[in-house]
Design a protein around this ligand. Structure first.
Ligand SMILES: O=P(O)(O)O[C@H]1O[C@H](CO)[C@@H](O)[C@H]1O
Ligand SMILES: O=c1cc[nH]c(=O)[nH]1
Length: 233
């Protein structure tokens, strides 16, 4: 069996999948941390790997950028491959002053400007939240490893280059810690299919101070977040 976007056979993918947006971050992680690794997907270069971490079977696969992309991959993983939990390991922009470059955000919930949840025809606004079970474990590991972490809400936007300069400040005024582009669709897909999801983000840039990390740093150096995800997988 395969899907239009994933050439893996059933059984090749672990019950927990770590998902960075960047498929090269998936490759780095698999090559750096996993043993007995094999690559299960290369369709559209959305690289996916399964291996073991401390004896535990774990998969890592890129999600691409944006809610439509993670909506496709997470739906297929949950509904076709028996995946029970997806942990997104992404980069984000900091929206408030006390969230610094390279800090880790553990997303409790995600707001959005996307219409992803309109498909559910709910009689109101859906609040997308992470799995408390995964969240609790991530916080425990972050504490144990002395990671600079924050737990709270984020904004999962359909837009990277906002023409209206004030947009992200409005989300900051509602307590959102960071901006990224996938978590709302991931949390909603998991909820609809009765599965678990969590997002861990490393701050790659600050919309407050304009500091930035390089593309290579985003690919290879966000290891505190990667290690938390591997421990709780
Ligand atoms: O680094 P990743 O996981 O791709 O996450 C962030 O980076 C991309 C934008 O540069 C978006 O996908 C955003 O969510
Ligand atoms: O969506 C994103 C991801 C990283 N940094 C941003 O500013 N936005």
């Amino acid at each position: 069996m395969s899907t239009p976007h994933n050439q893996a056979q059933v059984g090749e993918i672990a019950q927990t999948v770590l998902m960075p947006g960047d498929p090269l971050r998936a490759k780095f992680l698999a090559e750096t941390y996993l043993e007995d690794v094999h690559q299960f997907n290369a369709v559209r270069n959305m690289l996916g790997y399964t291996g073991t971490y401390k004896g535990k079977k774990v998969s890592i696969m890129g999600s691409g950028m944006g809610q439509p992309s993670i909506g496709i991959y997470s739906h297929e993983l949950f509904s076709q491959y028996g995946v029970e939990a997806i942990i997104r390991i992404g980069s984000c922009g900091a929206l408030i002053e006390n969230v610094h470059l390279r800090d880790v955000i553990i997303a409790q919930g995600a707001c959005t400007d996307s219409n992803f949840a309109h498909q559910f025809e709910l009689p109101g606004t859906y609040s997308a939240i992470s799995s408390y079970d995964l969240l609790e474990k991530a916080v425990a590991h972050a504490k144990e490893k002395n990671v600079n972490y924050h737990v709270g809400n984020i904004i999962a936007s359909d837009i990277f280059y906002h023409f209206n300069q004030g947009t992200t400040q409005k989300w900051a005024s509602m307590g959102c810690l960071g901006v990224e582009m996938e978590s709302y669709a991931l949390f909603a897909t998991a909820a609809r299919l009765g599965k678990k999801a969590l997002t861990l983000l490393t701050v790659s840039d600050s919309l407050v101070t304009d500091e930035q990390t390089t593309p290579e740093e985003r690919e290879k150096t966000f290891t505190a977040m990667m290690e938390i995800a591997l421990e709780i997988a």
